[in-house]
Design a protein around this ligand. Structure first.
Ligand code: CMP
Length: 213
């Protein structure tokens, strides 16, 4: 594997830089070394839809390397990120001739298909507030403090994921705080009433319950 590292080149991207552009032809497989990226697609009328975040240690840009078709989506940098690239030929060699890599790739595809199905269901929720609540639910994990959301994406990133405005995300978060369903503690959100969050995502929130101040 060491010879692979020698074939890779790396590049730094600043926040909002485009790492991959939808429709371009592919000449490499990419690997995120540090930072954070987001896979986004554009609708016909130019709106961005966030598909998935990419975290360090993950490769991306594999679809076009495998099928030789143009890039299926764009990938943008959410914060300063370092990305390493492996040229197409070596990437294909690795994918098609190394059973361990091929197996990992299949597991990766299974995760991608599952996540894509869930996000599609989430995006079919007609109410934008409920879409935000449902998206928040997908970030919840349980640690020794109970149900928490660590590393909450920024409001505009959530907005892109659930196809709404940043203002709607902000209002939805404030509503949950007013109802004491979530509480901000530093960079973490504590989900004080997980059942209520679930309920908000599935049936919504009754406006009359929200304290005016
Ligand atoms: N639904 C998805 N879920 C996760 N990653 C995706 C999804 N669609 C596209 N991508 C990634 O975005 C990349 C865009 O370029 P590629 O099509 O080469 O490869 C793609 C994948 O790595």
């Amino acid at each position: 594997m060491n010879h692979i590292a020698g074939l890779m080149t790396s590049r730094i991207y600043l926040s909002h830089d485009q790492v991959i552009r939808k429709g371009d032809s592919a000449d490499n497989l990419a690997f995120l070394i540090s930072g954070k990226l987001q896979v986004v697609d554009l609708t016909e009328d130019g709106r961005e839809i966030g598909i998935q975040f990419i975290h360090p240690g993950t490769y991306f840009g594999e679809l076009s390397v495998i099928d030789g078709k143009p890039r299926s989506a764009s990938v943008i940098s959410v914060k300063t990120s370092e990305v390493a690239f492996l040229p197409n030929m070596q990437a294909r060699e690795l994918i098609f001739h190394n059973p361990t890599i091929a197996q990992r790739l299949m597991t990766h595809f299974a995760q991608v298909v599952r996540a894509a199905s869930s996000q599609r269901t989430l995006l079919s929720i007609p109410n934008a507030f409920q879409r935000v609540f449902a998206q928040l639910q997908t970030f919840v994990m349980v640690n020794n403090q109970g149900a928490v959301i660590e590393g909450l994406p920024r409001q505009h990133e959530i907005a892109i994921m659930v196809n709404t405005s940043r203002e709607t995300v902000s209002r939805a978060l404030h509503t949950l705080m007013k109802l004491n369903i979530i509480e901000k503690q530093g960079s973490m959100l504590i989900v004080k009433q997980p059942e209520k969050l679930k309920q908000a995502a599935t049936i919504g929130i009754d406006d009359t319950e929200v304290p005016k101040k």
